[in-house]
Design a protein around this ligand. Structure first.
Ligand code: NI
Length: 207
């Protein structure tokens, strides 16, 4: 065995401390699973299969809470591909929606796309790890549908105004936005998906 000098111990201690700090402040590992990567990569440049309550296995999956994404997760090419394919799915001219949540395409992650009817051009925007940190007591009743609940509509009572807090989909910066009206309804509907809740659970009337 080699004799360990005091200098050597100091050097090793420094390396250990730097490595520990390094892994804590700059965690570069991603949490995408091989199943998720396989599903997102299965057919690039096409819409994804919509998971619906008509299918027993899909229905169970849609009821599971989704997992958050890390900064490393959103820096992976797989996240860009997921966003592209979610957008193709929600804008499919044969089955259009105004919002979509990742679990609706079989990815149990906290990502939603919302059509911003309150912005010029009404763009779809993505939100990572979204939370509604304020819901107004003042409510409005409106008709909703869902890509995962085919051939049904229901009237749901929702807050008129919400504050959504989220990680920016490219910088991961924590941001918040105050949203009103129909767009606020979409945010409530889509964030419900991330906790496994469907609008039919809250609807006062269904048809
Ligand atoms: Ni929905």
């Amino acid at each position: 065995m080699k004799k360990i000098t005091l200098k050597g111990i100091a050097f090793l201690a420094t390396v250990f401390i730097m490595t520990t700090i390094g892994t804590q402040s700059c965690n570069n590992s991603t949490s995408w699973t091989s199943d998720e990567e396989a599903l997102i990569n299965d057919a690039p440049d096409t819409k994804m299969r919509l998971w619906t309550i008509d299918n027993a296995e899909d229905s169970i999956f849609l009821r599971q809470p989704s997992q958050p994404l890390t900064q490393a997760d959103i820096q992976q090419p797989i996240f860009e591909l997921l966003k592209e394919r979610m957008l193709l799915t929600v804008t499919d001219p044969e089955n259009e929606g105004v919002g979509i949540a990742a679990p609706q395409v079989g990815i149990g992650r906290q990502v939603v796309a919302v059509q911003r009817f309150d912005k010029p051009g009404q763009p779809f925007e993505f939100y990572v790890n979204p939370r509604l940190t304020y819901l107004s007591d003042e409510k409005q009743k409106g008709w909703e549908g869902c890509l995962s609940v085919p051939n049904q509509r229901g009237e749901v009572l929702r807050s008129k105004q919400v504050v959504v807090t989220f990680n920016h989909p490219t910088t991961f910066e924590l941001q918040c936005d105050t949203v009103e009206g129909f767009t606020a309804i979409i945010f409530q509907h889509e964030t419900d998906h991330l906790s496994g809740t469907l609008y039919i659970d809250k609807a006062e009337t269904l048809k």
